[in-house]
Design a protein around this ligand. Structure first.
Ligand code: PEP
Ligand code: MG
Length: 536
């Protein structure tokens, strides 16, 4: 057994045999163009094909992963249009007379060399993105030029570095963890891996050469440790906080139905956070005690008008029905690009989002609330409002809720008169006035992602500040404490959500504060339950 250390790039623990990911780098002959104009047209065609593919990819990842993952591929689409990159290809073909494939590879390699030479880690990490777009263009001309080998499910993928597209593909193959020789927490691939909740350790440097194909490893994405050929005892220790797919042979079936209770008898509810309706089977299989947060952005994305009430009602109703007695908390939508009439925002994370978006579009909010109220008629459904920064905002949101109730009453449509109303404590302002908000809310959802981002002034989607984005920071923990204590004083429950909720290392802190429930991705439910059950 041996331990090597890199940078903790994505939290969680994975076990598996190492598989080296080695896409063959096909040699592209330095072929001269027979007809320069025609070769240039082929290169332009490849660029257009790559652009369209990226557009589609943005739609898919936005819908499937959310969390602004599509931004990564939007950046790729912008890089495709980069003047220097296009000029390098144009010159290679029209002035020097090279064929399109060779010109693209050469322009890509030149840009990679430029990024590789940069001191700044953030900029250096961009070379994987250049690689990604170059390969996408080459694949458009000839799929064999940039093949995508698959890896067996259940392994830990190892490579000098991964491109974001490779990460997507490999996670789709069922890869359990990633280790890289280069890279950082700030690369787009690392950001994507974190969004996909797959453990990863980056920048192993010279120690990378100690990995051998097929040998068992433990990837500890919390500490950056990689244990080579772990002995039984070490493996047992790590299993206590392992994060692996909830449904798997190793996940003991009985854990799904066992209570989430510490040895001392303290019960903590484990709820699931979902992004789309199709996540529900995962929730049911995971044994979660309900849905703590249904982020509804996916219902609003990629359409020219917001979803009508009936469509939303059917979705909420179907989820609530499948959950039976278990609760479903629906978060009102936080944004929708197409609906926004505010144009481009300089600082969207601090712009018209969350409840602010709803106030700018009261009809959209009212329609959503009507659908939620109707679904709550006979089911355990609650609503929560994101990005509230004052008690007035909560009152305003409640007034729109009252309006939706009046309308439904007038129309004789059944709905719940007692819909529980929660507030997301996801801004420092909300945490600091939590006492006041707790008097007017039925429960709190403590959004640790929002709290981390705004407290540390580190945009969670900006790779340049991802090392600052750290939910262990004492300032963030203090705001969580204030929120939970305020809820307790007011006699209302608090649910902690966001990435911190799924980190087993945070458990004793949350339990110590008296948190009632944690809302985590379905894939984290069993591991968290195991961790809770192992606590005193
Ligand atoms: C949060 O801010 O912690 C949260 C749960 O919101 P999001 O789903 O946007 O991460
Ligand atoms: Mg949030």
């Amino acid at each position: 057994m041996q331990k090597i250390r890199g940078i903790a790039a994505s939290g969680g623990v994975a076990f598996g045999p190492v598989r080296f990911f080695e896409p063959p780098k096909r040699k592209i002959a330095a072929r001269k163009a027979e007809d320069r104009e025609q070769e240039f047209a082929r290169a332009e065609w490849a660029r257009e094909a790559a652009r369209q593919e990226l557009e589609e990819l943005c739609r898919v990842v936005g819908r499937e992963i959310g969390g602004e993952s599509e931004k990564i591929f939007q950046i790729h689409a912008m890089m495709l249009e980069d003047d220097d990159f296009r000029e390098a290809i144009r010159r290679a073909i029209l002035t020097e007379g090279w064929a399109a494939e060779y010109a693209i590879r050469r322009a890509t390699d030149q840009m990679i060399a430029m990024f590789a030479g940069m001191e700044d880690t953030y900029m250096r990490a961009r070379l994987a993105d250049v690689q990604d777009i170059g390969q996408r263009m080459l694949r458009a001309l000839d799929p064999e030029l940039a093949e995508f080998p698959e890896l067996p499910a259940g392994c830990v993928a190892a490579a000098p570095y991964f491109t974001p597209s490779q990460v997507l593909r490999l996670c789709g193959c069922g890869v359990l963890g990633f280790v890289t020789r280069e890279g950082s927490r700030t690369s787009h691939a690392a950001i994507l891996v974190r969004m996909l909740s797959v453990p990863a350790v980056a920048a192993l440097g010279v120690s990378y050469s100690r990995l051998s194909d097929g040998a068992g490893v433990i990837v500890d994405g919390f500490t950056g440790d990689v244990v080579l050929n772990p002995d039984e005892e070490t493996a047992r220790e790590y299993h206590a906080c392992e994060r692996k797919p909830a449904v798997g042979e190793e996940a003991p079936g009985q854990l799904r139905t066992l209570p989430s209770r510490t040895r001392g008898g303290r019960a903590v509810k484990i709820l699931a956070k979902i992004w789309r309706q199709s996540d529900l089977p995962l929730v049911l299989e995971s044994g979660a005690e309900g849905v703590g947060l249904f982020r509804t952005e996916s219902l609003f994305r990629n359409r020219s008008a917001p979803p009508p009430e009936e469509e939303q009602y059917q979705i909420y109703l179907s989820l609530a029905r499948q959950l039976g007695d278990r609760p479903l908390t629906v978060r009102t939508t936080t944004q929708d690009g197409r609906l926004q009439s505010f144009g481009e925002e300089m600082n969207p994370a601090m712009g018209v989002r969350g409840i602010r978006f709803s106030f700018e579009n009261p009809e959209v909010l009212c329609t959503q609330l009507r659908a939620i109220l109707r679904a709550a008629a006979d089911h355990n459904v609650a609503v929560t409002f994101p990005m509230v920064t004052s008690a007035e905002e909560l009152r305003h949101a409640r007034a729109i809720l009252q309006r939706a109730m009046r309308e439904l009453r007038g129309e004789g449509v059944p709905f719940s008169e007692k819909l529980p109303v929660g507030v997301m404590i996801d801004t420092p302002a909300a945490a600091l006035i939590a006492d006041e908000l707790a008097r007017e809310a039925d429960f709190f959802d403590v959004g640790t992602n929002g709290l981390t981002q705004f407290t540390l002034a580190a945009d969670r989607s900006n790779p340049a500040v991802s090392t600052l984005y750290n939910f262990h920071h004492p300032a963030v923990l203090e705001l969580v404490r204030r929120a939970v204590f305020a809820a307790k004083n007011a006699g209302i429950p608090s649910v902690v959500c966001g990435d911190a909720a799924g980190d087993p290392r945070m458990l004793s802190y949350f339990l110590g504060l008296g948190v009632e429930a944690l809302s985590v991705p379905p894939s984290s439910v069993l591991e968290l339950r195991r961790a809770i059950r192992s606590m005193e």
